[in-house]
Design a protein around this ligand. Structure first.
Ligand code: ADP
Ligand code: MG
Length: 248
């Protein structure tokens, strides 16, 4: 979240609000949030439960439509796009990683990773596929099925799948939420390398100050509003901010 002069934003949110209606009640999940994420940076999104982190990520990724404001992905204003166009944009320009790996159990590792290409009717670039699978440490497991892999390995398959389309931004919602410490560390080191070596842009929601410390910066949300930012976050600093926001 630096000034435009420093580089190109992969994604920007401009006064984004999101309201959910359930019956007579309206929940304002995001309240006029403005934020920009430069290409080639790794940002963690933190805040208490219910503070709007997932809504923020889903709006940034075109999965959720803001009630007000706009999201600009690269140079595309998502608010001007139809649902069909958004579906294509998500498929072609965003990589998704969720806490539940969402792999297809009947497909091999290689087939899971290249699935987004097949859905977009594109050929796999063999060299890039090998680079990605090598980078995520799965070169030896190409023909395995997800059920034969550990949770950490499955999440690395999901990350490889998220990278295969050279997306403008990779969004990850609690990617280490279901993993033990050691697997978490491998997944976080991988996301770090994805930024440093492949120049990807990564936005990651997490509850964990140690996970957040792998990012270049942390943005904090509270009650759907931006509640500060921390560059080069150390785990203790992140934990102190979270305490201040009333999480612990
Ligand atoms: N689909 C939905 N329908 C109704 N309310 C929702 C929906 N999604 C999120 N909310 C509400 O919006 C607020 C923010 O939710 P969320 O973005 O999931 O927060 P977080 O990820 O920080 O826990 C919460 O009050 C939540 O209950
Ligand atoms: Mg959430």
């Amino acid at each position: 979240m630096r000034s435009t002069k420093d580089g190109k934003y992969a994604v920007r949110l401009d006064a984004v609000s999101k309201e959910y209606r359930s019956g007579k009640n309206t929940v304002r999940a995001l309240d006029a949030v403005t934020a920009g994420f430069l290409s080639g940076t790794f940002t963690a999104v933190m805040g208490p439960s219910g503070s709007g982190k997932s809504t923020f990520l889903n709006c940034a990724a075109g999965l959720d439509q803001p009630t007000a404001g706009r999201v600009v992905l690269g140079d595309v204003d998502l608010s001007t796009r139809s649902e069909t166009e958004l579906t294509e944009l998500r498929r072609d320009r965003i990589g998704f990683v969720f806490q539940a790996y969402n792999l297809l159990g009947s497909l091999t590792v290689a087939e899971n990773v290249t699935l987004p290409l097949r859905l977009a009717d594109r050929k796999a670039d063999g060299a890039f596929l090998r680079e990605v699978l090598g980078a995520v440490g799965l070169a030896e497991h190409l023909d395995r099925r997800p059920g034969e892999l550990s949770g950490g390995q499955q999440q690395r398959v999901a990350i490889a799948r998220a990278l295969i389309n050279h997306p403008d931004v990779v969004v990850a919602d609690e990617p280490t939420g279901a993993l033990d410490t050691r697997s978490s560390r491998q997944v976080l080191e991988l996301l770090r390398r994805v930024v440093d070596e492949l120049g990807q842009t990564v936005l990651m929601v997490t509850h964990d100050p140690v996970a957040a410390s792998y990012a270049d910066s942390v943005v904090f949300l509270a009650d759907g509003r931006l509640a500060g930012e921390l560059a080069r976050p150390a785990p203790e600093q992140v934990a102190a901010r979270m305490t201040h926001l009333g999480e612990w």
